[in-house]
Design a protein. Sequence first.
Length: 150
Amino acid sequence: MADPAEIDARIDRASARPFGRRFHLRGRERATAELRGPQTMRAHAAEIIAERLAPAEPRNDGRQTPYRNHPVFVAQHATGTCCRSCLETWHGIGKGHRLDGGERAYVVEVIVRWINRELATSIEGRESGRSLPRVPRVGGHPPRGRSGPW
């Protein structure tokens, strides 16, 4: 297992790239991670990695990971663990072989650490009194039955 500081440094590098910066836990993905907790997220990550990333030649490699609908999918894109090419580029785990137990455990740890960091960041923001930025409504009309600022 890699050193936690090394994992954090790799997460920071992968998340700093323009593509990786777009990914954060929001809405349903955040609620799922908060509700299910870290043990369930770890189990889901292990299952998803075993099925979608661990084979020597994953089906639809490069397109096998959805962009949303599960915290693990969001984390995979943010951390460069979404496909074998990204895994090779960002984490030095080469293509063409089935991921062994240690490599799978490493990928799961990267994903879980990113999810935990995302959840901790939002909690710290709320506790410090900072509010999250408002997202403007698309369309410009207030919801039915409401007036004033929306």
